[in-house]
Design a protein around this ligand. Structure first.
Ligand code: NDP
Length: 280
């Protein structure tokens, strides 16, 4: 990785670290499907807001079309769009931006992560309308998922988190920000106090990265379990699969959020199932 900038790219993903990012191969597969010749590269950036803004400005001033934003810059990108550009509803409520474009000469920030998850569930035939949903986790990924889930028509949401106060603060803030969120009944609780049966339970914690297991109650069951993580063994999914739940890892969410970014930039409607088959 280095901070030098390649002016010939149409698309980039900005992150730190960035070497592991799958975004270039995903977007090149989309482009092949859509019959478009694109260049999409990983862009390293030093971990500060000033460097991030300089990279974004140089990219769009140099003719870049679109950028994805990943760890640790999603909130920095949100703040940049809030101050100097515009935001989609999803980005505004998520408080984070994963997709940048230019609209009317101004920076435009969207967040496609949560809708990517919703689309992935629906592609798998999981019905969201009138369903009871629990999310475990109250970080950036959970936050970005709440509005798309409510827009998909869920009946109720329970937000469980290790630090309950973070879940409570988040629900209050989102309710004040969005009338749509305010209209959905949302409960909060501690992760180990989450009990009962839900139609869908989503793991939006980063616990899997440390190899630890979530403290799940034996009185917690679900019909569908979704883990946002992918590419490793997922004890969260095994736990619910053992009692007959349908399960999914987060790889389809990754492809789904990318397909929505690609559509925003190019107008192309990607067949994510075909793209996924090509990538694996
Ligand atoms: P954050 O750091 O913002 O939030 C982490 C969350 O995990 C918090 O709720 C935190 O609880 C909880 N947590 C962390 N460690 C533990 C633990 N030991 N026990 C219990 N809870 C714990 O992370 P993000 O929200 O950005 O990301 C969450 C996950 O989602 C990551 O694994 C990420 O890889 C994945 N993700 C997947 C995407 C995809 O496309 N598939 C897209 C985006 C994210 P507390 O508040 O108590 O600290």
């Amino acid at each position: 990785d280095n901070a030098s900038f390649d002016m010939t790219q149409h698309f980039i993903v900005i992150g730190n670290p960035i070497a592991h990012s799958k975004s270039p191969s995903i977007h090149h597969a989309f482009a092949q499907q859509a019959g478009l010749a694109i260049r999409y590269a990983r862009q390293y950036c030093p971990d500060d807001a000033e460097s991030f803004r300089a990279v974004v400005d140089a990219f769009f001033n140099g003719g870049g079309i679109g950028a994805n934003v990943t760890v640790p810059f999603k909130q920095i990108a949100y703040e940049y769009c809030l101050e100097d550009g515009a935001l989609s509803d999803h980005a505004r409520v998520a408080g984070a931006v994963n997709t940048l474009a230019q609209r009317d000469g101004k920076l435009y920030g969207d967040n496609t992560d949560g809708q990517g998850l919703v689309n992935d569930m629906q592609h798998q035939g999981w019905i969201l309308k009138d369903k009871t949903v629990a999310i475990i986790g109250a970080g950036g990924a959970a936050r970005g998922t709440i509005l798309p889930l409510i827009q998909a028509g869920i009946k109720s949401l329970t937000l469980a988190n290790r630090t309950v106060s973070k879940a409570e603060t988040l629900v209050k803030a989102l309710g004040e920000q969005s009338a749509t969120v305010a209209h959905c009944p949302i409960d909060t609780c501690a992760t180990d106090a989450l009990t009962g049966h839900f139609d869908i339970i989503i793991n939006a914690t980063s616990i899997g990265l440390s190899g630890e297991r979530l403290p799940l109650s034996e009185h917690l069951t679900c019909a569908h379990a979704y883990d946002m993580m992918y590419g490793r063994e997922l004890p969260f999914l095994t736990h619910f699969a053992d009692s007959g739940a349908k399960t999914s890892d987060g790889y389809g969410m990754l492809i789904g959020q990318a397909a929505l970014s690609f559509a925003l930039w190019t107008g192309a409607d990607i067949d994510v199932t075909a793209a996924r088959a090509q990538l694996t």
